[in-house]
Design a protein around this ligand. Structure first.
Ligand SMILES: [Fe+2]
Length: 290
């Protein structure tokens, strides 16, 4: 019988990470694995990278590791290196040290748990670290994802929404997010697996921590002052545990305004975080038909 903890989407939030690591230590596990997105979408990426290294945790590379590496290497459209809309990404990329980059660049796209090779870990899906598996994924796609790996248990993250899908004898588990959940529960979240081979019990764990410390770091580090609309909306995501940033960017595109702080009040008038993602999308698309 093995006990394996999978944590993911820490997003530069060391306070949530500490709470989760303490909870895992209390419970006792054979291994803790990180399913990517240590950095990005938060002010203290370097601290998270160093903590993951000091704990000797194995990790896969999330899409936000890719984004930071792309910014550091200036492999992004030229204007992103200058315009205010991308100030937050530039700030976060500059916050990471050379050593942090060496570590995140070394992370593989996928791996199996060391304590049990029946558990396959990816950030998004087996084919992309930018594809999320969630309630919107139909059964045919779930089977396709499982067929594309050899292991009976596929563990993913990326959507910041935990979930478990049983497909015959196999299983897909989305572990949710440590540092920035989107399931309207702002506690730090991860998944604990207990079992062996193809038979596992999964517990989706939620751990309370002091969000105020993170929000204070938003101020003290300059992240909020220098990150433009992005930081302002990320702060709101921490407080409400639901997406604001991506809906804002989509809305700005549809109504054709620049996604700057000035546009936020009009967006907040329009945005309905209480609706389902599908309803939000349909409401936005209705704007294009007006
Ligand atoms: Fe993420």
């Amino acid at each position: 019988m093995n006990r394996i903890a999978v944590i993911a989407d820490i997003h530069a939030n060391p306070f949530a990470l500490e709470a989760v690591l303490a909870d895992i230590a209390d419970r006792g596990v054979d291994e803790t694995v990180v399913a990517g997105d240590l950095v990005g979408r938060g002010p203290l990426g370097s601290s998270v990278v160093q903590r993951v290294q000091s704990e000797n945790l194995k990790s896969v590379r999330g899409n936000h590791e890719d984004y930071m590496i792309a910014f550091k290497n200036r492999e992004v459209p030229e204007e992103w290196l200058e315009i205010p809309e991308w100030s937050c990404a530039r700030w976060m990329a500059a916050e990471l040290s050379e050593d942090d980059y060496l570590f995140i660049e070394s992370l593989p796209f996928t791996m199996t748990a060391e304590a049990d090779s029946n558990i396959r870990i990816v950030h998004g899906s087996p084919r992309s670290n930018n594809e999320g598996i969630g309630p919107w994924t139909d059964r045919e796609s779930l089977v396709e994802h499982l067929d594309s790996v050899e292991e009976p248990v596929l563990v993913c993250a990326h959507t910041h929404r935990p979930g478990v899908w049983q497909v015959d004898e196999r299983m897909i588990v989305n572990v949710g997010s440590v540092g920035l959940p989107f399931n309207k529960d702002s506690r730090a979240q991860y998944a604990l697996f207990e079992g062996a081979g193809s038979t596992w019990d999964v517990e989706l764990v939620k751990v309370d921590y002091d969000r105020q410390q993170l929000l204070e770091a938003y101020d003290s580090t300059g992240f909020l002052a220098e990150g433009g609309a992005t930081s302002l909306l990320l702060k709101r995501e921490v407080e409400e545990a639901t997406p604001f940033l991506v809906p804002f960017l989509r809305w700005a595109e549809v109504v054709d305004v620049r996604p700057t702080p000035d546009a936020i009040p009009e967006f907040l008038d329009f945005h309905r975080p209480d609706l389902s993602l599908r309803e939000q999308y349909e409401r936005l698309m209705a704007l294009t038909e007006q």
